[in-house]
Design a protein around this ligand. Structure first.
Ligand code: C2E
Ligand code: CA
Ligand code: CA
Length: 739
């Protein structure tokens, strides 16, 4: 890529300020100094003039050297005040002043005083001559070699500094995500690279443009005195010379190196579009600077290309592939901006959903479905101006976001009704919508969309052609549920879900016959979330499947612990929700969990609620039968709260009915014949099931149920639910101990 950046030398316009090479002669020999001055006057070396400075003592010389770093060459008499004073000076030059570039030529009066080779090398001394050997001709050679060495070293040093800056600058470029930001960085980085005041322009030539008119050139960034030109057209730039230079660079597709400026060119092949970058230099750049700029230009090209790529990616990320309209991401982004904006209260979000779209898709094929979607998108786009966002959220769900004055659900519906000729293909016969006024909403964009969709979904349950308006009073509840679901998922992952076990007793012997495993959620701050809050939420969202799996494993672990602690006869009752039980592979899962835990099926009871048992009777019966065949017992929970007919109950493969806590509560408050508890006990007897009362809190309740033929009970009277370890302790001290 580097090679493709063309550097163009505009010979006519190069103004070459002749370089000046400064030479310092250090010698206390006045005659020699005079002769040197004469020999060097009028000399030209490597296209530059020689400027001689003279020092007659080391003191004088060291002060000069400390101040001036741009001395190309020193002629140094080795022996002056002391024998080693000359070498001490060079040592100071290199090590104290830190000047590695100035070249040094040693001179001596008499032959045979040559310094040793290591000293020459250590102090980077170029040459050594006796004064008598240094003829005018030889002086020129020595001088030329010295100046050349100096200028090369200086170029290397500058290049190294420059390259370091390029690395840093390039990193800065690669973070930019849009052309505007990148261009302004380009200008400032070039300025610091070349040590200039930032004054420049970056412009881009648009892709369009026909044969007659030249394509427009837009100024994407401008600094210094051009600052106001930003975003304008190059034609309207005040400085016509600058505009002409930029246009010429774009025209000739190359970089221009002019007297007071440089115009860098980046072609569309490297940068995604044709760019020209004007940098005011106020002087021609030297070779090193140009080299650096060339290297940096490669980075700039890559930066521009990245930005182009990024915007293309963005297009992909924010556009619906099929319909070429904004997608869900675009909607969320716009919704987010609108919700934070000032005119939020005047805006509405309308979602429309084509009724029975999936039916049409199935009947006529997806090609037909796509065709319909295209028609809907077109009709919506034609109906609104650019201030209204039309997006496809997913499938056949479209969103319209705009000011309420323009976006009204009734109008949208009418839009489709107006042309409605029944039985004509390619017509949307009916659609449903929801309108959400942003004024009614305080949450985030994605929650707004989610809440609107929920409202639409609920509305559609009533049939076709439904037009709902989002009710802000529901918002709190939805948002709250959503947060809780996320928190629940985190809790599962963080291991904050556990179980507690509540003993179930035989009322005659007070022996513990079983325990019920109950889910517990302890939040990070120690507070508990009751299962009546999170279990129904998990059931409604499907999250009960992974959660139920976890709870089942925890319950089976507890069963294993009980068996190992010497209570293999204590059954562990596990609550199983409808979605769990109705999974096709429920039995397989259950069996593999049992095996993994090493628990006998006889030690496990499954509790399902009465309403579940009756809802999908046949499937449930199959599953329960399979469980019972394994040896697992089945209990019907909350019995009496549903409306099971006795004939169904008779068919239900269950071992035990649980009298709901609410009926146990009535004991002692109502007359016997009014109490459901009594009826439940009688029903159980009639269908040949055992019966257990839950929520027994008083001795009176316990006495009553035993009298009426219910032999088993569970409740605070005996024990509250507790962690497995506590249960083991409790069991050890319980008077009705098993042994
Ligand atoms: P449930 O299955 O009817 O559980 C009995 C509930 O009554 C438990 O409440 C238990 O702590 C409470 N309880 C027991 N004895 C007494 C008592 O003497 N007095 C009073 N006032 N309450 C008593 P918990 O643990 O809050 O569970 C509530 C419901 O959450 C459960 O009702 C069950 O429907 C559901 N649940 C709990 N754990 C699970 C689970 O692991 N899986 C599933 N699917 N549901 C669960
Ligand atoms: Ca239960
Ligand atoms: Ca219950």
């Amino acid at each position: 890529m580097d090679d493709q950046v063309l550097f163009f030398d505009d010979e006519t316009s190069i103004c070459s300020d002749q370089p000046v090479w400064r030479v310092l002669a250090i010698d206390d020999d006045v005659d020699f100094q005079r002769a040197t001055a004469f020999a060097l006057s009028e000399l030209e070396v490597l296209g530059g003039r020689i400027e001689l400075q003279q020092a007659f003592s080391y003191r004088e010389a060291s002060m000069l050297l400390a101040e001036q770093r741009d001395i190309a060459l020193i002629f140094l008499d080795v022996v002056m005040e002391t024998d080693d004073a000359g070498l001490r000076l060079v040592k100071a030059l290199r090590e104290v002043i830190g000047n590695a570039e100035t070249r040094v030529v040693l001179l001596t009066g008499e032959p045979g005083m040559a310094p040793v080779q290591e000293v020459m090398r250590d102090y980077d001394i170029n040459d050594y001559w006796t004064k008598s050997e240094l003829t005018a001709e030889r002086l020129l050679t020595v001088l030329t070699a010295g100046v050349r060495g100096y200028s090369q070293l200086r170029a290397v040093a500058r290049a190294r500094r420059g390259l370091q800056m390029i690395v840093e600058s390039s990193n800065a470029l690669f973070c930019s995500k849009n052309t505007r930001e990148l261009s302004s960085k380009i200008l400032s980085e070039i300025a610091s690279l070349l040590d200039l005041q930032a004054e420049g322009i970056v412009c881009v030539r648009s892709e369009e443009g026909d044969a007659q008119s030249a394509p427009a050139v837009r100024i994407v960034s401008a600094s210094g005195r051009f600052f106001r030109a930003i975003d304008g057209n190059l034609d309207s730039l005040d400085d016509t010379d600058v505009a002409a230079a930029l246009r010429r660079s774009l025209q000739e597709q190359q970089t221009l190196r002019l007297e007071t400026c440089t115009v860098l060119f980046f072609s569309r092949f490297q940068a995604g579009a044709d760019y020209a970058c004007y940098v005011a230099t106020e002087r021609p750049l030297d070779d090193t600077e140009l080299e650096l700029l060339k290297v940096f230009s490669a980075s700039i090209s890559r930066g521009l290309y990245n930005v182009a790529l990024f915007s293309r990616l963005e297009e992909m990320a924010y556009q619906d592939d099929l319909l070429k309209v904004p997608n869900r991401n675009a909607l969320i982004r716009m919704l987010d901006l609108t919700l934070k904006g000032e005119s939020k209260d005047e805006w509405v979000l309308v979602l429309i959903d084509i009724d029975n779209f999936s039916g049409a898709n199935t009947a006529f094929g997806t090609g037909y479905g796509d065709f319909i979607l295209g028609l809907v998108a077109k009709k919506l786009r034609d109906a609104f101006d650019g201030s209204v966002l039309i997006a496809r959220v997913r499938d056949d769900l479209f969103a319209i976001l705009g000011p309420e004055s323009q976006v009204r659900a009734a109008d949208i519906v009418a839009l489709f009704r107006r042309h409605n000729r029944p039985y004509e293909l390619g017509q949307v016969h009916s659609l449903s919508s929801v309108t959400l006024r942003l004024a009614d909403f305080t949450g985030t964009a994605s929650v707004a969309l989610q809440d609107a969709r929920l409202t639409l979904k609920q509305a559609k349950q009533l049939g076709h052609d439904q037009h709902a308006v989002y009710d802000p009073h529901l918002q709190g509840a939805h948002a709250e549920s959503y947060r809780m679901l996320l928190a629940l998922r985190d809790a599962v992952e963080a291991g904050r879900i556990s179980i507690e076990l509540q003993p179930q007793l035989d009322l005659r012997t007070h022996k513990v016959i079983g325990v019920e495993a109950l889910a517990r959620w302890r939040q990070a701050d120690g507070r508990m979330v009751p299962p009546v809050l999170f279990i129904p939420l998990a059931e409604a969202t499907g999250y009960i499947l992974p959660l139920g799996d976890l709870l089942m494993r925890l319950a089976l672990q507890a069963a294993k612990q009980l068996a190992e602690a010497g209570y293999p006869q204590i059954r562990v009752a596990i609550n199983v929700s409808a979605p769990q039980l109705l999974q096709r592979d429920f039995i397989e899962r259950f069996t593999s969990h049992l095996q993994a835990a090493g628990v006998r099926p006889q030690q496990v009871e499954v509790e399902i609620t009465e309403s579940v048992a009756m809802r999908t009777f046949e499937t449930v019966c199959e599953q329960l039968t399979a469980l019972r065949q394994m040896g697992v017992t089945v209990a019907i929970d909350d019995f009496g709260t549903g409306f099971s007919s006795l004939s169904y109950l008779r068919l239900l493969p269950a071992d035990r009915l649980k009298i709901d806590r609410s009926f146990v509560e009535e004991i002692g408050e109502l007359a016997d014949q009014q109490m459901i508890a009594e009826a439940v006990i009688q029903i159980a007897a009639r269908v040949g099931m055992q019966v257990i009362a839950e929520g027994v809190e008083t001795q009176q309740q316990a006495d009553w149920i035993l009298q009426h033929g219910c032999l088993e009970a569970q409740g605070y009277l005996f024990a509250k639910p507790m962690p497995c370890a506590d249960l083991l302790t409790w069991l050890a001290s319980w008077p009705g101990r098993q042994a």
